[in-house]
Design a protein around this ligand. Structure first.
Ligand code: FAD
Length: 314
């Protein structure tokens, strides 16, 4: 295994899968290892820290080389033919175990039915010894990729589907003991409900779909919690931005966060909301929270983690 990118302000390293555990019908947990992960880390808590993984173009096939990579590594990589560069997708650091050269990153993969891309396919078939490229934060260097920024919020609203469960689980474990709030999580099946560690003041509710339409029960429960109607998830497909990303620090629609803030009718003072999952479901919640309820955009992060029928861009 090579450490190729000593000169970059981030880690761009080949990692080896050293552990695989099937947690439930839809979750596969893997541990990814490399001596280079001794340098993995951020200043402060990881919360929902995202990383990128590069999967080989064909299962077990070669990985792209970043030998001698410089600041232009991304475009150099993108210029290569897909058979050589493979596929990049976004995942969450569920946990970090070990230390020094034995540091391992824990990543939970969703195994879903139907059409599966390179990431889901890799997770479903992961074996000890499989290799990937990993892009993540190098300790002491700015990297970004943490969106959970509650500031001095007094209460939390966290909503996510199965792709956000790893991030939510990591966030909950890192909250202060006196944190308060409500968490709504949708998973494919009742057997996907996991045991999560969280502060006593945080209530976690699970919504297994078990064949019901995606997002509907989750949407209704979150709005019910905020004391509003209607509860139906009504957004047409052409209104959905597959790359929806509306946080206080970034707007995929180009909205000015200050211009869109306004006085609220309900008492949402002290609330911080973090909402992630399938883009249509997140779009519907965004409309309800920001447009209908008038919640200040400084208090919310809406993230489309994936979109039905759309292969994610690198
Ligand atoms: C910040 C961030 C953190 C994320 N963390 C995680 C994580 O920790 N674990 C995780 O598993 N995912 C996570 N995701 C979601 C993951 O990146 C997407 O699901 C991605 O599309 C998976 O890539 P793929 O190659 O499997 O599918 P793609 O090639 O992107 O898509 C191929 C097809 O698969 C379908 N598809 C993709 N994902 C799903 C799904 N979850 N359910 C049903 N159909 C799907 C698409 O609709 C499309 O038709 C995260 C995304 C973001 C933005």
């Amino acid at each position: 295994m090579t450490s190729t990118t000593q000169t970059l302000p981030l880690l761009l390293e080949e990692v080896e899968c050293v552990r695989v555990e099937r947690l439930s019908p839809s979750f596969v947990r893997v541990e990814l290892a490399s001596p280079a992960l001794a340098d993995f880390g951020v200043d402060g808590r990881l919360y929902d820290q995202r990383i990128k993984l590069i999967f080989p173009a064909t299962p077990g096939g070669p990985l792209p080389s970043f030998e001698g990579a410089d600041e232009s590594w991304f475009y150099t990589w993108l210029d290569k033919p897909v058979e050589e560069r493979g596929h990049m997708r976004t995942y969450t650091v569920r946990d970090v175990v070990g230390e020094g050269a034995d540091t391992r990153l824990v990543v939970d993969f969703i195994v879903h039915e139907g059409e599966c891309g390179p990431g889901g396919t890799w997770g479903a078939n992961a074996r000890v010894g499989d290799r990937l490229m990993l892009l993540g934060p190098r300790r002491g260097m700015p990297y970004g990729g943490i969106e959970f920024i509650p500031g001095d919020a007094r209460t939390l609203l966290v909503v996510g589907d199965e792709t956000a469960v790893p991030a939510v689980a990591a966030i909950l474990e890192q909250l202060a003991d006196d944190a308060r709030g409500h968490v709504f999580l949708e998973v494919p099946f009742a057997d996907d409900v996991l045991t999560l560690r969280h502060p006593d003041g945080v209530v976690v509710r699970w919504f297994p779909r078990d064949g019901d339409p995606r997002g509907e029960a989750l949407h209704a429960a979150a709005l019910d919690h905020l004391g509003t109607t209607p509860h139906r998830l009504e957004v047409s497909d052409d209104e959905v931005d597959p790359d929806l990303w509306e946080t206080p620090g970034h707007s995929s629609s180009g909205e000015d966060v200050d211009a869109t803030s306004r006085a609220v009718g309900h008492d949402f003072d002290g609330l911080y909301a973090w909402i992630a999952g399938e883009s249509k479901v997140v779009t519907a919640l965004r409309r309800a929270l920001v447009k209908d309820l008038g919640i200040d955009r400084h208090q919310v992060a809406f993230m489309g983690y994936w979109r039905v029928g759309v292969a994610m861009k690198s």
